[in-house]
Ligand binder design. Sequence first.
Ligand code: GLU
Length: 448
Amino acid sequence: MAKLDEKLEAIYTEVLKRNPGETEFHQAVHEVLDSLGPVVAKHPEYADAAVIRRICEPERQIIFRVPWVDDQGNVQLNRGFRVEFNSALGPYKGGLRFHPSVYLGIIKFLGFEQIFKNSLTGMPIGGGKGGSDFDPKGRSDGEVMRFCQSFMTELYRHIGEHTDVPAGDIGVGGREIGYLFGQYKRITNRYESGVLTGKGLTWGGSQVRTEATGYGTVFFVEEALKLRNENFDGKRVVVSGAGNVAIYSVEKVNQLGGTVVACSDSGGYIVDEAGINLDLVKEIKEVRRARISEYVDKVPSATYHNTGSIWDVPCDIALPCATQNELNGRDAEELISNGVQVVAEGANMPCTPKAVHAFSSAGVIFAPGKAVNAGGVATSALEMQQNASRDSWSFAFTEQRLAEVMRGIHDRCVTTADKYGVPGDYVSGANIAGFIPVADAMLAQGVI
Ligand code: GLU
């Protein structure tokens, strides 16, 4: 990793010492501090008030036991987390991740990223994240429901529409949000719509929330292409993942004239030179919750690969939409030698520091997750607005609002990178533009 400015290096050393073993959190902090050199040079007041040190320390971290009974009558045990990272700009906001890899270091990396992502949207939301090491894979609906009820039986006392507003992330979609909301309502005896986002459309959810992270990712890339007098027409695109972010990225790329030739799940990847049949992917992944390998049973001209990497597939635009650190230095070199022009992170921190370095050295346009995938949480904030006014907007209006937010984020990244002497650097642009509103709010609100 690159050497930091001296003051920032001291902060990073403190973070390593205070949070041992949390490697993903260290990586996320380093990536932000790496961009803040020009900011501390220009604004000594941030260092004087220990703003950066305080930003790296969550305001509150909650860890709890989640016991539940499986279909065989056995008691199962998981661990639940909610990290309320920063409330300078609004109530804590961020998703819940249910995945066996979840531990405090993952939730803290995600919560930390969320602070700057949420700030970049320009909406009044602070940063937080939560989840559990529960693995929904292979579990029945009844098991998922009992798990969610047990999880909420502890979480309810920490959240609220003006306090902390969870939503989905990996392993948490509409089904889980439904069970969580039902239990919150039952315990509190309050129909508090704004306590969770990602709700169903008939009970307080927002149009476009399901599509928002994927659509927003593609809107961001569209803006980056537009700036260079280009568009998606005829572009060859690879999208990793087959979850919510990947599926709706593919949908929007198709609408804008690009062709997605590959997607993946944790078992392997498929290549379909004719362009991925999205209805089939939706049927396999959303309806049947099955494996992507089944795609080739229906489309014999496509190929399935359970060895190697999806990033070996040549493309103009790469959208990593699966999970953290899924694209490493070797993958980046392969993409570069195959002529990739744009890499935009639909997932949170999918590219390793080596990969990011390789892209920027090779002059590939690289856009980081906290800017690119902010459309999801932005549409959550739109859901909160609708809930607060007991209103519900049309699909077209909500999508237009999302597109405006993404344009705003893209412009903020570009103008901030210019202002701080790093033109074209979306990583620095996003980190600095996300950091400054939070830092200013923290200065204004005193030492808390
Ligand atoms: N989990 C999503 C993210 O990483 C969405 C969070 C939300 O809507 O609150 O930003």
